[in-house]
Design a protein around this ligand. Structure first.
Ligand code: ADP
Ligand code: MG
Length: 357
């Protein structure tokens, strides 16, 4: 048979575009949780509490005591490319926050059912709204006023309810929950001093008070070592040595297990400018160094926090690119806590998010 007539090229409808993009940003509950933790840290939270149901797939709740969202910003809160953290393309070189794409809440409200409650210091009341596909649902409903504390609570339910293939591919709830606990435990090291808690809603408490005993719990003002003890146990913390270095504008510090430490599973935690990243080359270098010291089968525990000038980093890396291939592909900026929320602005005009991919 000869060539068939080519099907016409068509522009995808926006709902389909958004669904595809959302599925890329939010791959599993722990990835959603990472975005919500970063938002809470961007908001200057001193305390962040996480509860999950069904490993986070049925429900994921993150409550913070950060700056909150003004009720006037509620309509834009989950809109795609709406952010309070970036207003022009020039700002891209000096990003001081985790967020700047305005993608996370948009994605979450596209692949899950989102409800947000928030109160700013200047407001006598908290407000709550539900979101679907980036907008308040039902469309046009004003946020509901209620009593509440300063800060923000984000609830995401039924993750991937409209992406059945993704929902089917989900790992068992226990495994997703462990991944959530791991993310919180790691941020608790880098942001020691902020109080973190993560617990299962179904675990023991029988609902109501937010569930049972937390699986990670750190307190306000704790040190890095306090939090290593809280997350990994005193037996691990005892075996760790502090280290630090400074070279060519890069400073690093952290903790690393001594030659007597014998674990069967390696722990390797890397933060670069405040962001949790995978750094394959660094990990291989560290593994090689320990290989000469540890007996066969024994693995190290290493925590690395690197800081480098934002100019040598590139913020134009998609959040799903977790692995840093070169030094220059690392994302910039440990977020300074902010006292007051910035206004939400749409970034479509400058379209930095589009330029990022
Ligand atoms: P980004 O973090 O890239 O700006 P998000 O979709 O994660 O995009 O969040 C959109 C906006 O919602 C943020 O810029 C911020 O203004 C607001 N926001 C989200 N989470 C919080 C929070 N926990 N506390 C205060 N404001 C928040
Ligand atoms: Mg964000």
């Amino acid at each position: 048979a000869g060539p068939v007539a080519p099907p016409p090229i068509r522009q995808l409808p926006p709902e389909v575009v958004n669904l595809i993009a959302a599925g890329e940003v939010v791959t599993r509950p722990s990835a959603a949780l990472k975005e919500l933790l970063e938002n809470a840290l961007d908001a200057g939270a001193a305390s962040i509490s996480v509860t999950t149901r069904g490993g986070g797939a049925k429900a994921l709740t993150v409550v913070d005591d950060g700056c909150g969202v003004p009720v006037s910003d509620f309509p834009l809160l989950c809109a795609r490319h709406a952010t309070s953290k970036l207003s022009s393309a020039d700002d891209l070189s000096s990003i001081g926050t985790f967020g700047f794409r305005g993608e996370a809440l948009a994605a979450l409200s596209t692949v899950g059912r989102v409800a947000i409650t928030s109160k700013t210091r200047g407001s006598p009341l908290a407000y709550r709204a539900s979101y679907a596909g980036g907008a308040i649902t039902p469309a046009g409903t004003p946020p509901v006023a209620l009593a509440g504390a300063v800060g923000t609570a984000v609830v995401v339910e039924d993750l991937f309810y409209n992406l059945p293939a993704r929902a089917r591919a989900a790992r068992p709830a226990g495994e997703e929950y462990r991944a959530c606990v791991e993310v919180v435990g790691r941020y608790a090291l880098r942001y020691a001093g902020v109080a973190f808690a993560v617990r299962k809603e179904e675990g023991g408490g029988g609902g109501g008070g937010g569930g049972g005993v937390p699986d990670v719990r750190t307190v306000v003002g704790a040190t890095l070592r306090d939090n290593v003890r809280a997350v990994f146990g005193a037996a691990v913390e005892r075996e760790l040595l502090p280290w630090s270095f400074r070279a060519g504008g890069v400073t690093g510090d952290g903790l690393a297990s001594n030659a007597g430490y014998r674990a069967r599973k390696a722990v390797f935690i890397t933060f670069i400018n405040g962001r949790l990243v995978e750094c394959g080359p660094l990990r291989r270098a560290v593994d090689a160094a320990y290989a000469g010291v540890l007996p066969t089968g024994a693995r190290p525990w290493v925590y690395v926090s690197l800081t480098m000038p934002p100019e040598i980093l590139d913020v134009n890396v998609h959040p799903t690119k977790k692995e840093r291939k070169r030094g220059a592909e690392v994302v910039a900026g440990a977020p300074p806590p902010r006292a007051a929320p910035n206004r939400l602005v749409r970034t479509d005009a400058a379209n930095p998010a589009g330029a990022l991919d």
